[in-house]
Write a protein that binds this ligand. Structure first.
Ligand SMILES: CC(=O)N[C@H](C=O)[C@@H](O)[C@H](O)[C@H](O)CO
Ligand SMILES: CC(=O)C(=O)O
Length: 305
């Protein structure tokens, strides 16, 4: 039986840290890594959706991971998302991630063409073969990727002993039950949608990986603690407040990650720049939303911590 304890708990998605010219900023990456160490989260998920992976070049993604690994003192479990649409580039990132000593790599399916399952399995296994000593996590996000992980494809993938589980970002929490049942004790399921963190956990996800954890890690850690103590009422109250914060952050003209980075600057003094084109940066009017969301986060922390 595998020991998957290092993956259990709260795993924020890491953000693309940029300088004023929109290039990956080594200092920003290292500062954000130290911030997560200080907050006491279990690990980080680097270069995923929230890391704007789809809009970063291969060298930029390498630079992010290299600086994460430089700043990590070993206390954070590191999962590197390595998928690009091309198998070759994904393999290059997988090799690079293994050489840097990450705990696991993860991958979405190939996007745009709706490929048959045998082609998706081949893509994932080719990537995994490029990091033969590293755990592999399947990233299921059908609403964005255009294809869903089916029980049949998951069964096929579990023939690869490096596959340790699924990061499930589909909206039905029921899917989490299905992947937990299919994978059994030797595999792990990560909750994807932050808006249903507690529901996913109750359905069997032993961990969560999320795009909004980073702007309010304390609130997710507190929900995690409430779940452990079976204090479901408080867990639900926090979840409701967290969801109001997420809706607020999604209401700007600019992209949610631009809002998040502006909040991290205001609340935590982190300089992470804006977002990569074609994601929209903030406009002047968005600053009201940034201020409101930042205040909501402070208020919720005061209420529950
Ligand atoms: C679709 C998407 O990006 N999902 C992320 C990962 O599962 C979530 O963490 C969201 O960022 C979060 O739930 C906010 O909507
Ligand atoms: C969890 C998430 O949002 C990501 O893939 O970065």
């Amino acid at each position: 039986m595998r020991n998957l304890e290092k993956y259990e708990g709260v795993i924020p998605a890491f953000y693309a840290c940029l300088d004023e010219n929109g290039n990956v900023d080594e200092n920003g990456v290292q500062a954000l890594t130290r911030y997560f160490i200080d907050k006491g989260v279990k690990g980080i998920y680097v270069n995923g959706s929230s890391g704007e992976c789809i809009y970063l070049t291969v060298p930029e993604r390498k630079k992010v991971l290299e600086n994460v690994m430089k700043a990590n003192d070993g206390s954070l479990t590191v999962i590197a998302h390595v998928a690009c649409n091309s198998t070759e580039e994904s393999k290059e990132l997988a090799r690079h991630a293994e050489a840097l000593g990450v705990d696991a790599i993860a991958s979405i399916p190939p996007i745009y063409f709706k490929l048959p399952e045998h082609a998706i399995a081949k893509y994932w296994n080719d990537i995994s073969d490029a990091a033969p000593n590293t755990d592999f996590i399947i990233y299921n996000i059908p609403q964005l990727a255009g294809v869903a992980l089916t029980p049949g494809l998951y069964a096929e993938m579990r023939k690869n002993p490096r596959v340790i589980g699924v990061k499930n970002s589909s909206m039905p929490v029921q899917d989490i039950q299905m992947f937990c049942a299919d994978g059994g004790e030797d595999h792990i399921v990560f909750n994807g949608p932050d808006e249903q963190f507690i529901s996913g956990r109750l359905m069997g996800a032993k961990a969560g990986i999320g795009g909004t954890y980073g702007v309010m890690p304390e609130l997710f850690l507190k929900m995690d603690e409430c779940l452990k103590n079976k204090d479901l009422e408080t867990a639900r109250a926090i979840q409701y407040d967290v969801n109001s914060i997420i809706y607020k952050m999604c209401s700007a003209h600019g992209n949610m990650y631009a809002v998040i980075k502006a909040i991290l600057k205001k609340n935590e003094g982190l300089e992470l720049g804006t977002v990569k084109a074609p994601l929209a940066p903030l406009c002047e009017a968005d600053m009201v939303i940034v201020d409101e969301a930042a205040d909501m986060i402070c208020a919720a922390k005061k209420k529950y911590l």
